[in-house]
Ligand binder design. Structure first.
Ligand code: PLP
Length: 427
């Protein structure tokens, strides 16, 4: 490779046309969910439910959806962070996938949102209902619903809804109904509002409200943006593109790094390479960057609920406990009690290493500032964790003198998250 290759891209016609399903390649069968599946069965999109348990290694991306992928900026570039390498004086090569840049809503979440909207529309649904915490998922779903010709309803944790005004207006501009949760719309919400008219809400409460809403309308589907197998499946488009892009310059990653909340962006970039490790004996190392506010991969590996009130079936996953109180952080998308069952199993078998960064977020936001100062792009607060871990790995290469190929995911841009940088870095 010539030293001056800085951007690696694919032509739109070389966009992968199928997703990779790692489930049949896992070292052990994936433990099945436990508990009452009726509510999920009623409100989930059938195709997504079947993908959730599929034993097929490859799942075709419908042609119409491949077109939508082009519409939302896929394929997305990989950049070589050569300025950052020079600054760190590391022998490692640093490559990053830019998921925020050409995404209409600023993050990777749109990759599964458009897939779920496509299948919902095909099944005859007219409305998509969901919850959101940090707001990235709610925005992605609002966009996907709109461009697919569906309605969207978003239950947004009131504590966050109140201060993220721009993002709220962004969702509304897409035509979504956005409710601060708890809301007057549902039995759950009305009950809580009676106790406290300014109830701050929680992701768990928002899930209950969304489920209740979708259950009361047979034209509405309830959708989720992370954790579940079919969500990670859709996100493998990220890693499949990366593998082709690196192949084009004769590279293969020694280390793959990304941040983890529920696991969708990490799974997205890592699963195709993890498949290579399982099937071909590749030696790639995988590093998950987390916050000490929610280091779910350091929790217990057991069955637990995905929501606070226990409406959803229980999943075998690394969890901090579904009623765990987690301190607020600006990288709010990483603040979830449990991690995807697929990634949890792989972590349990020793395939995924993890690091958790301090709650004050100074270390990760300083890493984001270093990245911005050398490469120019402002990452989402969540992506700052991925950058910090990639920089740490590059520094270790400097110590050991090893020329490793490090691939990391920048899952979103930070254009709507300046508040966090302002507070933490005192700018
Ligand atoms: C939601 C989000 C995350 C964390 O969620 P995962 O499901 O673990 O990927 C990370 N980065 C961004 C930009 C997000 O919006």
């Amino acid at each position: 490779m010539k030293k001056d290759v800085r951007q690696i891209n694919l032509l739109p016609e070389n966009l992968p046309n199928r997703w990779y399903n790692i489930i049949p390649d896992l070292p052990e069968p994936l433990p099945a969910p436990k508990g009452d599946m009726t509510a999920m069965g009623k409100t989930m999109i059938k195709e997504c439910l079947s993908q959730e348990f599929s034993r097929e290694n490859w799942i075709e991306i419908p042609e119409e959806l491949q077109e939508t992928y082009q519409q939302i900026g896929r394929p997305r570039p990989i950049f070589r962070a050569a300025n950052l390498e020079r600054f760190l004086d590391t022998p490692a090569e640093l490559y990053y996938k830019a998921e925020g840049l050409f995404s209409p809503t600023g993050s990777h979440k749109i990759n599964t949102a458009v897939a779920q909207a496509y299948y919902a529309k095909r099944q005859g649904f007219e409305r998509l209902v969901t919850e959101t915490g940090a707001g990235q998922w709610g925005t992605a779903l609002s966009c996907a619903a709109r461009i697919t010709g569906l309605e969207a309803t978003v239950y947004w944790v009131r504590a966050v809804y109140k201060w993220k005004e721009a993002r709220r207006d962004f969702m509304k501009l897409y035509g979504a109904e956005v409710f601060a949760s708890p809301s007057k719309n549902t039995e759950t919400g009305r009950k809580l509002l009676k106790e406290d008219s300014e109830h701050p809400g929680s992701l768990a409460i928002a899930i209950s409200e969304g489920m209740e809403d979708a259950l009361s309308d047979d034209k509405a589907a309830y959708v989720l943006g992370s954790v579940l197998n079919h969500v990670l499946l859709h996100q493998t488009i990220i890693g499949l593109e990366c593998r082709k892009q690196l192949e084009a310059i004769d590279r293969y990653p020694d280390i793959v790094v990304s941040c983890i909340g529920g696991g969708s962006n990490f799974g997205g970039i890592a699963l195709p390479f993890l498949g290579d490790v399982l099937k071909e004996g590749k030696k790639t190392r995988f590093v998950a960057a987390q916050t000490e506010a929610a280091p779910n991969l350091q929790g217990e590996y057991r069955y637990d609920n995905a929501d606070y009130s226990g409406i959803t079936p229980r999943l075998k996953m690394y969890t901090l406990g579904h009623q765990k109180d987690m301190p607020p952080v600006y990288g709010d998308g990483l603040r979830y009690h449990g991690c995807s069952p697929i990634l949890s199993l792989l972590r349990n078998k020793g395939y995924i290493d993890t690091v958790a960064y301090p709650i004050d977020e100074k270390y990760v936001f300083e890493a984001a500032r270093i990245f911005l100062s050398r490469e120019g792009f402002l990452p989402a607060p969540e992506s700052a964790y991925s950058i910090a871990a990639a920089i740490d790995e590059a520094k270790e290469c400097k110590e050991s003198g090893e020329t490793k190929i490090i691939l990391f995911n920048v899952s979103g841009h930070g254009f709507m998250d300046m508040e966090g940088y302002r507070q933490v870095l005192q700018i």
